[in-house]
Design a binder for this molecule. Structure first.
Ligand SMILES: NC(=O)c1ccc[n+]([C@@H]2O[C@H](COP(=O)([O-])OP(=O)(O)OC[C@H]3O[C@@H](n4cnc5c(N)ncnc54)[C@H](OP(=O)(O)O)[C@@H]3O)[C@@H](O)[C@H]2O)c1
Length: 217
């Protein structure tokens, strides 16, 4: 079976993605900041390996890569993110805009040696600049910065052999999305799983919704 790495899997959408891939029989490498207390992540049935990773820590990212050894990663999903209450714009940017790119870069060789060679960075509709008349706020700005950076790198990643996209997971009932959100974690995770399954050359480098519709930048 293929292998997926899910970065930021302790709860919410990341945990839902671990459950989805594991139930489909994939081998799953899942990261959490608290590997000693994995909580629900530690109880997911299937071939799930839990790793510790604080995504802003460059040495931690390299240690995660080294822990994978020669294993190939068919699908890499960088899901970790913060809304940023009480954080500076720079901190939010480090987590939401810089870490996803740096994680993808450090794990790219593991992705390139796989069969599927796919990468998704979880972004947000709040990072879409089109149509926004007011400022995006520090969360939206961080996701817009992620999208901008992704667009400048996507061609190079393709040349290195990867298919990569950014995905809006929908408005999801998690700690971040709140209880009034329209989607369950299961609906979002199943949708993201399907978007990744459908990812091919023609879909590379673009911004997708959880439900497979293209999202404007
Ligand atoms: N929920 C929504 O409606 C919605 C909408 C659009 C986009 N998104 C995006 O979807 C992704 C997941 O959101 P969610 O709703 O599942 O959020 P969540 O419930 O708040 O979970 C966030 C996840 O990111 C991890 N994380 C945060 N900062 C991290 C760091 N510095 N290092 C490592 N892990 C870190 C958290 O780990 P800890 O448990 O250690 O904090 C947790 O696993 C995010 O990128 C978010 O921006 C969500």
């Amino acid at each position: 079976m293929p292998t997926v790495a899910i970065v930021g899997a302790s709860r919410g959408i990341g945990l839902g993605l671990v459950e989805r891939y594991a139930e489909k029989g994939w081998r799953v490498h899942a990261t959490t900041r608290t590997p000693g207390e994995p909580g629900a992540l530690g109880t997911v049935a299937g071939d799930v390996v839990v790793h510790g990773l604080e995504v802003t820590d460059a040495s931690g990212r390299r240690a995660f890569r080294d822990a994978l050894g020669d294993e190939a990663i068919d699908v890499l999903i960088h899901n970790a993110g913060v809304y940023g209450d009480g954080m500076s714009a720079a901190e939010v940017n480090r987590i939401n805009a810089e870490a996803p790119i740096e994680t993808a870069e450090v794990l790219m060789n593991a992705v390139v040696r796989s069969e599927q060679r796919k990468i998704a960075l979880i972004t947000s509709t709040m990072g879409a600049r089109r149509g926004s008349r007011r400022g995006l706020g520090k969360y939206g700005e961080s996701k817009a910065a992620l999208n901008d950076r992704f667009r400048t790198l996507a061609d190079g990643w393709r040349k290195r052999g990867c298919l990569a996209v950014v995905i809006h997971p929908g408005w999801v009932r998690t700690d971040m999305g709140g209880r009034n959100a329209t989607l369950s974690v299961v609906e979002s995770a199943h949708g993201i799983y399907d978007v990744m399954a459908d990812l091919d050359e023609s879909r590379h480098g673009r911004f997708w919704n959880w439900d497979g519709r293209e999202h404007p930048w």
